[in-house]
Write a protein that binds this ligand. Structure first.
Ligand SMILES: NC(=O)c1ccc[n+]([C@@H]2O[C@H](COP(=O)([O-])OP(=O)(O)OC[C@H]3O[C@@H](n4cnc5c(N)ncnc54)[C@H](O)[C@@H]3O)[C@@H](O)[C@H]2O)c1
Length: 441
């Protein structure tokens, strides 16, 4: 699905080499807070980037911190300074270290607090998804970034995947007409990460499981909403005005526990607030609608169900299965009564690839999430290097993240309509369309 045409890549080799040399001449100093599953998977692509120095790592689990340090040394890089003296030690890292930016890859409840502290310390923050779990935290991030003038962004790797960027180009070329409706969601059974079951098998609730016990809503909206927000120009010409959310039964966590540890285990009998399926309907200011769902605790293969409907065509991408497309201009002869068959999206990916995929696709694909991890870190570190705004603004980051807490509020109110705050403070009217700028190197 993600194979890159080698000829295209080779054609760009000289430009890539020049960009790499320029980047290596201007080092970017980065710190990392949280070196668990995600932090350690980000470390590999980070260490591959030209001119990026990982100088400090903080994790309250000293095993995780030591493992991350070993990863740096094994990659032939200098040993980073470790901060592992408890949950507040990240503040010492922010005080002591001379950094251009810091990655926050801790559990959700820490994101906003840590990022605000980073901004106050003059360090740019790249925050894992979602950036916040309450609307108050969203505002704190926007206000602190605005007051300090230090950049904050969300490490939303779905912005950088090959398919969403190519589909955005397809849409911008007019092949889909006006985008009128989109749907997608996180259809990923991640119960293994909610319990301590992957490594120790104690069955203890992990931080993600705690959120599942206490919160009923779309807890993880941003991965699948990012491509939709880009396509629908959210905060870039329109905005989300309101949403309604509907939850439902919650039996998947209990069933999993019964199957895994037996009916008498505490996990089998606990009450889990989070619904097995949550549907969120978003109303845009211009009348269009979108659906974003959350389904992380049922037995099913991964299916994120992307559908993007335009006035002249449609794209369907049931990730991780390959995508398909139908566009009037290419697939209809103007006569046939029913010529609406799906066509493979793959030739369109080749035709409409974003330049970063043409130039760096092959290298990025060596790293996680189909290359998107390398791409997002390259995009962020280049913005630090050039002093340009990060590709995902903090306003976009909090808008996508706020779907979580607002969906909780809607469900508590029996699916009442809840207003989305205008985090852009009116700038959505004049902001230019979302664009992943070509500024690397
Ligand atoms: N973008 C993606 O594709 C992707 C994939 C997985 C996870 N994530 C996100 O990454 C984040 C981390 O998830 P994870 O799976 O790595 O979790 P994890 O539990 O494996 O790792 C979290 C780490 O943070 C450390 N930590 C917790 N509180 C801390 C504190 N106060 N100070 C220092 N360290 C602290 C823990 O010791 C742990 O090592 C989450 O926000 C998650 O949503 C994103």
């Amino acid at each position: 699905m993600n194979k890159i045409d080698r000829r295209t890549f080779v054609g760009a080799a000289a430009a890539v080499a020049a960009a790499e040399t320029r980047a290596a001449e201007t080092p970017v100093r980065v710190g990392m807070i949280g070196a668990g599953l995600r932090g350690s998977s980000l470390l590999r692509p980070l260490l591959d980037l030209p001119g990026v120095e990982v100088v400090a790592i903080c994790d309250m689990d000293d095993n995780a911190a030591a493992k991350a340090r070993k990863t740096c040394v094994d990659a032939g890089k200098p040993q980073p300074t470790i901060y592992a003296s408890g949950p507040e030690d990240y503040r010492r890292l922010l005080d002591v270290e001379d950094l251009d930016g810091v990655i926050v890859a801790t559990p959700w409840e820490w994101h906003a607090t840590m990022a605000v502290a980073a901004l106050e310390a003059g360090k740019a923050a790249a925050i894992e998804v979602p950036v916040a779990t309450t609307v108050d935290e969203c505002w704190q991030l926007v206000e602190t970034a605005g007051r300090t003038g230090v950049s904050a962004t969300m490490l939303e790797n779905w912005v950088y995947r090959r398919e969403p960027l190519a589909v955005l180009n397809i849409a911008r070329a007019g092949l889909l007409g006006e985008i009128v409706y989109c749907e997608s969601g996180y259809g990923h059974d991640v119960r293994g990460t909610k319990f301590d079951s992957r490594f120790a098998d104690t069955g203890d609730l992990r931080w993600r499981g705690e959120h599942t016990v206490t919160r009923n809503g779309n807890l993880y909206p941003t991965h699948q909403f990012a491509p939709v927000a880009m396509l629908m120009d959210i905060n870039h010409g329109t905005r989300i005005e309101s949403l309604i959310a509907m939850g439902g039964v919650s039996q998947g966590m209990n069933q999993y526990a019964v199957d895994r540890w037996g009916p008498d285990h505490p996990n089998a009998n606990r009450v889990y607030a989070n619904s097995d399926r949550t549907n969120v309907l978003l109303q845009l200011e211009d009348g269009r609608t979108a659906l974003n769902f959350h389904d992380t605790q049922s037995w099913h293969p991964r299916d994120d169900g992307h559908k993007y409907q335009g006035t002249k065509g449609m794209v369907r991408w049931p990730f991780p299965a390959a995508g398909s497309i139908w566009v009037q201009e290419r697939h209809w002869d103007g006569k046939a009564v029913d010529a609406r068959r799906w066509h493979s999206l793959n030739p369109f990916l080749d035709e409409f690839d974003h330049p970063i995929w043409k130039m760096y696709g092959e290298r990025a694909l060596q790293f996680g999430h189909n290359g998107a991890d390398w791409m997002e870190l390259r995009g962020w570190t280049e913005s630090l290097r050039h002093g340009t705004p990060p590709p995902v603004s903090i306003v976009d980051a909090v808008t996508w993240s706020a779907i979580g807490p607002l969906s909780e509020e809607s469900i508590i109110g029996k699916s009442k309509s809840v207003d989305m705050p205008d985090f852009s403070k009116g700038k959505w009217k004049t902001n230019s369309k979302f664009e992943l700028r070509w500024q690397w190197g």
